[in-house]
Design a protein around this ligand. Structure first.
Ligand code: DAH
Length: 400
């Protein structure tokens, strides 16, 4: 048995098969067929084929021994051994076909790709906080029963300036503030504020009218921590009989509470806008230091913070002035933040759009949504709002 090929069944020694012994040949063939049938995979089959059909296999050796046989028995033994080898060869090919088919079927299962499976690698986006804030503002005004309108971003110069009582030489018209759409003689600009919606809305709907108009506005500013050439405003306009600045003040206070939380107050300072008379700058009490002028964390250390926070108006400013700790960086220690402009609609504007200023009065206001987000949520750098990084947006929740 030394040197016997692997897989040779015991009892059939290499070279031990007599080609003239029909039983021995049949037994070698039977052993080969049994071994082929038992081969469980292609590797096992290769070993079995080598053992039973290779050069040193019993049938190959028997075949070789035929040459030494005397003439008469040669043909018969040749037929016998040749037939046995053919049967083994056919059985080996058939077994190989079966095992290859099994392997292919198994590969299809183990290497299957489910192309419908969602991948986890795509980063999840989030709605932009400016859009969410605009929706909050819209909800607020809808709650008051006001309409919410949009105006065009590419606006007629007449609506952006003339209808709003900007004189022909008003500095805001100049090229360094306003993006003028080519060719300039067409009189189109990218709107520099949402106020042209006042004139448009009154022209379209007449008085009485209560509307809020959020939207993008454009100015030729460089992008930096506090400026962006594209930003968002919301315009408010109410025109009716007997409206006064008291109504304006009431709406602004309610909006401030909706945006910055209970207890937030506003104050008005005289200012000038061509389209309102009188006009005012509107400040909101600093939501970060609650009017104390002290950086958060310093307030508790500096004594009875609640007493200071309960104070209103000038008392708060006085408290802020006395602050000895770190100043509140959000409001520059003043306790107040500039939030927007407002006023009573100038009779010139009402007249320009066909509303009788003897019968109707109106108030209007406009504030920046980016500024609101900065102060409300402590966003220190305007650029974070324009870069579109989902990691920034995701902080505000409301993922998509
Ligand atoms: N349109 C002004 C601006 O962009 C803001 C403004 C001021 C709007 C007074 C108003 C208003 O409606 O009455 O600076």
């Amino acid at each position: 048995m030394t040197g016997s090929p692997e897989g040779v069944p015991s009892g059939v020694s290499a070279g031990g098969v007599d080609p003239t012994d029909a039983d021995a040949v049949e037994s070698a063939a039977g052993a080969a067929l049994d071994a082929l049938a038992a081969a469980a995979d292609l590797d096992a089959l290769t070993a079995v084929v080598r053992a039973h059909t290779g050069d040193r296999s019993p049938l190959a050796l028997a075949n070789r021994a035929i040459g030494q046989l005397p003439g008469p028995s040669k043909a018969e033994a040749g037929k016998r051994v040749g037939g046995a080898r053919r049967r083994v060869g056919v059985a080996a090919a058939e077994r190989r076909a079966v095992l290859e088919a099994e392997r292919d079927a198994a590969v299809l299962v183990t290497e299957a790709l489910d192309l419908t499976q969602p991948t986890a690698r795509r980063p999840r986006g989030a709605r932009h906080p400016l859009g969410l804030l605009v929706e909050e503002v819209e909800d607020f005004f809808s709650g008051l029963g006001w309409g919410v309108l949009e105006g065009p971003e590419v606006e007629a110069e007449w609506f952006n300036f003339d209808a709003l009582n900007f004189g022909p030489d008003h500095p805001a018209r100049q090229m360094q503030d306003t993006f003028v759409v080519d060719p300039p003689q067409d009189g189109l600009v990218l709107r520099t504020h949402t106020s042209p919606a006042q004139a448009r809305a009154l022209l379209e709907h007449g008085a009485p009218l209560y509307v809020a108009v959020p939207g993008k506005v454009f100015r030729t500013d460089e992008l930096d921590a506090t400026h962006t050439p594209v930003f968002t405003q919301v315009e408010g306009l109410a025109v009716d009989e007997h409206l006064t600045m008291a109504h304006l003040r009431g709406v602004l206070d309610a909006l401030a509470v909706a945006m910055f939380g209970a207890g937030t107050t506003t104050r008005l300072r005289p200012n000038f806008f061509p389209f309102t008379e009188p006009s005012a700058e509107m400040d909101v009490r600093c939501p970060v230091c609650a009017g104390t002028g002290l950086a958060p964390g310093e307030q508790a250390a500096s004594g009875p913070a609640t007493a200071v926070q309960d104070a209103v108006g000038t008392q708060v400013v006085a408290a802020a002035g006395e602050a000895a700790g770190a100043p509140c960086r959000t409001c520059g220690s003043t306790g107040w933040i500039e939030w927007g402009g407002c006023g009573m609609v100038n009779p010139h504007v009402l007249r320009a759009v066909g509303v009788d200023p003897e019968r109707y009065t109106g108030f209007a206001f406009g504030m920046g949504i980016e500024r609101t987000l900065m102060f409300r949520n402590g966003v220190g750098d305007m650029r974070d709002m324009v870069e579109g990084d989902p990691r920034f947006s995701r902080q505000f929740g409301a993922g998509v």
